[in-house]
Ligand binder design. Sequence first.
Ligand SMILES: [Cu+2]
Length: 195
Amino acid sequence: MAKKESDQDQPSGRAFSGVVLGCLTIILVVLVSAQTGNGQKVIEVKMVASAAGNVYFDPIGIHIESGDIVRWVQMSGYHSTTAYHPANDNHELRIPENATPWNSDILIGQYPAPGSTFEQKFIVEGVYDYFCRPHENAGMVGRIVVGRPLDGPGTRTFNYAPEKRWKPVPEAAQKAFPSIEEIMAKGIVRSPGLD
Ligand SMILES: [Cu+2]
């Protein structure tokens, strides 16, 4: 009799785990579609080298929400989008402590050619400063606020930790950043170098 019971248990056990698996799959599908269907946005930032010789990111400052994606689009000239982070040539840390640094390296194409865009998803709240590798000294930088600015590396003064011997942010770049207050007030700050 004991054997018969266990024989009966096994199929119902399988059926139960099948139901659980089915429910999990449905929950997973709902979660994924909610993430891509709702809320999550793609915000574009142009990378420009103008005929007049100006190089800039436009917008230069954006306020986004956690989970949003930023897509950089190389319109003219050749640029990179590179986070201020020691992992990138020992540059000063100017993104949240536990955020992932990014570096596109110099993009190889101009929009709409392949290799003309780079995307990064932002999760951790805070302020993110980034630069263009070939044009950092010309002040080609940008700033992203994800959610609330909070208190992190991107909210500190430049060269806040000289003992770390990070590569300092060049003066032209320091002057180019829009303020966090302006980004929070406007949501989008256009590049002043527009032409
Ligand atoms: Cu550039």
